[in-house]
Ligand binder design. Structure first.
Ligand SMILES: *[C@@H]1O[C@H](CO)[C@@H](O)[C@H](O)[C@H]1NC(C)=O
Length: 225
């Protein structure tokens, strides 16, 4: 009995140790890699390939590298999605380089929406600045979670989960999205599937959606420019 008990204790301690190690590595992998200096303002002109951008020479860094006005004004929503996106990622705000952070402002016309998609490199916090917004997300086990949010409310979209954001009110709406990556990336699922270049073969899509190829051709035609 005593032997058995001690074996059990040992194996459960080992399990706890394993879980702790796994948790530690998971937590330390939640965003972009840690910076190795105070800042590393992106040198967007550099042709050197690294995991991110090389740093601007420190003597050339100025105050303006730490401030960004690109989210001040509404972007036009005159497009088929009815959204205007102002990005504060590393491509637009080089000061966020290596810091594992970025912010984007999105304007919604009435009926405007961000299509179903994923951010492959970041979790996202959405703050409702104006209007009413419906957010839906789907877990890897296909559970659908959704809510209509009002001004001042927040939503969290875990990294890599399929989600959409849609204007749910009668008027215009605005959100501020903050990501734990300097360049979260956005894969829009409808575009991935039906507007890729080169195109995904119709018979493959037909199998995946359990419809005839003519249905796929109709959907693809909606994405043709
Ligand atoms: C925002 O709009 C105001 C008023 O039209 C303009 O003066 C300002 O330059 C704009 N800011 C940016 C960053 O576009």
């Amino acid at each position: 009995m005593a032997t058995k008990f001690s074996i059990k204790t040992t194996s459960s301690s080992f399990l706890v140790l394993c879980l702790t190690v796994i948790l530690f590595f998971t937590l330390s992998c939640l965003s972009d890699p840690d910076p190795l200096q105070d800042f590393c303002v992106a040198d967007l002109k550099s042709t050197t390939i690294v995991n991110g951008y090389p740093c601007k020479t420190v003597s050339q860094v100025t105050s303006s590298d730490f401030f960004y006005s690109g989210l001040m004004n509404e972007s036009s929503t005159a497009n088929p999605l009815g959204i205007g996106v102002s990005a504060g990622d590393v491509m637009n705000f080089p000061g966020v380089n290596t810091l594992g952070l970025s912010t984007t402002r999105v304007e919604f016309a009435p009926n405007g929406y961000i299509p179903l998609g994923v951010h492959p490199r970041a979790s996202e916090i959405i703050f409702i600045l104006k209007g009413e917004i419906l957010i839906g997300l789907i877990s890897t086990t296909n559970v659908y979670y959704s809510k209509v949010l009002k001004v001042g409310e927040l939503s969290i979209i875990p990294r890599g989960l399929v989600h959409f954001v849609a204007n749910a009110g009668p008027g215009k709406a605005t959100i501020i999205s903050t990501f734990n990556s300097q360049l979260p990336g956005t894969s829009l699922i409808p575009n991935n599937l039906f507007a890729s270049n080169p195109t995904i073969p119709n018979d493959i899509l037909a199998k995946n959606f359990q419809v005839g190829e003519s249905v796929i051709a109709v959907i693809k035609s909606k994405f043709a420019n």
